[in-house]
Design a protein around this ligand. Structure first.
Ligand SMILES: *Cc1c(COP(=O)(O)O)cnc(C)c1O
Length: 238
């Protein structure tokens, strides 16, 4: 039998190490560790790994596919965790996403926003959303362009069943995480400018992954999305 590629025994220590690193990065930048949320990205890992993290005190989890999470969710129905969709969402899955998740962090089009608003109304809830911004030509292809995002933000504010909390971005991958710094700084500026223009707080700045979250925290991240650092290496999907 092959060893599982995740080990539930390692999850509590991975979590406490990650929390310590978050606290140290916060301290270096004159911030309180309590300002920074840790989202454990459990995509590709089984429900048992999520349960092990929950038992170690973790409450926020990020998944990137509706279908994958739907099957895990059944096994986790008893856990009062906060489930967040961080991967690209196709409009035709808006209804399922609004049912399954507390927050959609990857909102990137007006069509999707309208469908999520209608779906949230059907669920009788107000759905938290982040707008995902596509920062540069080299970065991930998902997200709304910098030029289109202010109009999208204004349209989202007018949708009564969506609660716009802030922005998310995935900068390009660099071996040296310091090189991601200008991208994090850029996202923060976009958030600050938008918040000023809308005269409305946008507290969430979701940026930073396992290899670069300390730099992201130094640049103002309010939530880091850690997969590998908590659950271990992912095996590529077939
Ligand atoms: C997979 C994923 C993460 C976590 O990546 P790690 O490098 O394993 O920490 C964070 N954010 C998004 C959007 C992801 O898809």
């Amino acid at each position: 039998m092959t060893e599982p590629r995740w080990q539930s025994a390692a999850i509590p220590s991975n979590l406490s190490l990650a929390r310590e690193r978050i606290a140290r990065a916060a301290e270096r930048s004159g911030r309180a560790a309590s300002e920074i949320a840790l989202i454990a990205v459990s995509k590709t890992f089984p429900a048992e790994a999520i349960r092990a993290a929950f038992e170690a005190g973790q409450r926020d989890f990020g998944e990137n596919r509706v279908q994958e999470f739907e099957s895990k969710r059944e096994k986790l129905a008893d856990l009062p965790a906060r489930w967040r969709l961080i991967g690209h969402l196709q409009s035709n899955k808006a209804r399922r996403a609004a049912h399954l998740f507390h927050s959609v962090d990857s909102l990137d089009s007006l069509d999707l926003a309208r469908r999520l608003d209608a779906a949230a109304q059907g669920e009788g809830k107000r759905l938290a959303v982040l707008i995902e911004v596509h920062l540069s030509a080299e970065s991930s292809k998902t997200g709304v362009s910098e030029s289109d995002f202010p109009a999208l933000a204004e349209a989202v504010l007018a949708l009564p069943h969506l609660d716009l909390r802030g922005l998310m971005a995935i900068p390009p991958f660099f071996d040296d995480p310091q090189r991601a710094r200008p991208h994090f700084r850029r996202l923060r500026k976009l958030r600050d400018d938008l918040s000023r223009r809308l005269a409305r707080p946008l507290p969430a700045l979701s940026m930073g992954m396992s290899h670069d979250f300390e730099v992201a925290i130094e640049e103002g991240s309010s939530e880091v999305r850690l997969g590998t650092a908590i659950f271990g290496q992912r095996t590529p999907r077939p």
